[in-house]
Structure formats: structure tokens, C-alpha cells
Design a protein around this ligand. Structure first.
Ligand SMILES: [Zn+2]
Length: 130
């Protein structure tokens, strides 16, 4: 197995992600605890179900974030982190610090945005006019 020393450029990002991960897990855990405590109380059913729904949305979002963090940490470990998926260039370090889950460099992101807009425009053009 190929062993790689972690790229020192990403030490800060790695640390930041580990902290975020810890906080997130604590947040999910404390939220779970809240739910258990409330389950025995008499709560208005409408409020209760709304709260469950909100909890569900919250959990989905947090879980997704956790997956993103794990994915980024894994890529830091295997050395593929910080490489643009599109052009293979290094992603700007400031960009990674601000958006640690990004997988494309600024240039490619701008290109993607342009294409998305063009596609939206094209789709709109295809719509039958009434
Ligand atoms: Zn790129």
C-alpha cells in the first residue's frame, strides 16, 4: 500500500474539517437527546409533527454535511484533495479554506456556472410559447 504523508498545505483544512465534524456529531447527538426527552411530554400534535419534520430536515442536512466532511478528509488522506475534478489543476488554497468541500477550481466553477446559465436559457427557449 502506498503511504503518503499528508500534504502540509492541507493541515489547516484538515484540522478545520475535524473540528467541524466533532461539532456536527455533538449537535446531532444533542438534538437526538432533545427528542427523547420530549417524547413523554404532552405536546400539541400539530406542533409535534412539525417539529419532527423540522428535525428530519435538520438531520438530513447535517448528515449530508457530515458525508461531505468525511469525503474531504478521505481525499486529504489519499492525496487527491485539492485537485480540480475538471482540469486536474490545484484548487486555490484560499478557495479550499472558504469552501472545503469544493471539487473544482475557480476557473472551472465559473465555466460551469456559465454553462448552467446557457442551459437554463436553452431550456427556456425550448418551451412552447402559448
Ligand atoms: Zn479546474
Amino acid at each position: 500500500m502506498r503511504k503518503r504523508i499528508m500534504d502540509e498545505r492541507f493541515e489547516k483544512v484538515n484540522k478545520m474539517l475535524l473540528e467541524q465534524r466533532k461539532e456536527l456529531i455533538q449537535k446531532i447527538r444533542s438534538k437526538k437527546g432533545d427528542q427523547e426527552l420530549q417524547s413523554g411530554d404532552l405536546i400539541d400534535i400539530a406542533t409535534d409533527s412539525l417539529e419532527h419534520e423540522l428535525n428530519y430536515i435538520f438531520e438530513e442536512r447535517e448528515r449530508e454535511k457530515l458525508q461531505n466532511i468525511d469525503e474531504a478528509l478521505r481525499r486529504i488522506q489519499d492525496g487527491s484533495y485539492g485537485e480540480c475534478d475538471e482540469c486536474g489543476d490545484d484548487i486555490e488554497l484560499e478557495r479550499l479554506m472558504a469552501l472545503p468541500f469544493t471539487r473544482v477550481c475557480l476557473d472551472c466553477k465559473a465555466k460551469q456556472e456559465r454553462q448552467k446559465k446557457l442551459k437554463l436559457y436553452a431550456e427556456h427557449e425550448d418551451e412552447p410559447s402559448l
